[in-house]
Design a protein. Sequence first.
Length: 209
Amino acid sequence: MIKWENCNPDFYQNPDVVSIARSMLGMKLCSNVNGNKSSGIIIETEAYAGASDRASHAFGNRFTRRTSTMFEAGGIVYIYLCYGIHALLNIVTNVWGIPHAVLIRGILPLDGIDTMKQRVERSAILVNDGFGPGKVTRLLGLTTAHNGISINSDSAVSLYCSNFRFDDSDVDITPRIGVGYAAEDALLPYRFVVKPAKAASKAKEAGII
DNA sequence: AACAAGATTAACT
DNA sequence: GTTAATCTTGTTA
């Protein structure tokens, strides 16, 4: 039986955003919006290393109304609109003043399936319906209105750890998606993926599903 | 004040 | 494989 515990606040302060992105795989991401609770196991992440990373909105410490969220101390969410349609969810990391973030690109749907069905107007939720950064926020009911809120059990967004981990052999490490404009930084191995079908079978073995 | 581009998705052919 | 949908943001004038 898996026991989920509130993520330690220190977890978000770690200076190594790439290692945080890897260790978030297998953790449980929960939302509580208008009293509707839902959750999923994180199966895909990307690290964005702030000032030194050409793919980051905060490259060169660019500080604007939008990026200001990332300069806050780790442990809050950065949610922005992409292509005018999709809300993308990031976990802000590192200490105040260093704009690191981890983009949540995929979850395995877990709790609150009925709520998710309503949100996507479908009669069923499949294993890959949370695979894709815009689909994550849609399933969880998160929007840009949630930008900047802190991550804890009383918040609309919370994150939980357990002794469950995906093995390295289950994790694909690749360059990040859609950042071709980032010159040499586009090639960095900052994306971590567990394919939905594999994640589902591992979660089943562990008794999570 | 105007404009080009974007950390995407679903529905096409 | 291609493309439309859709709109905020940051940059330039």
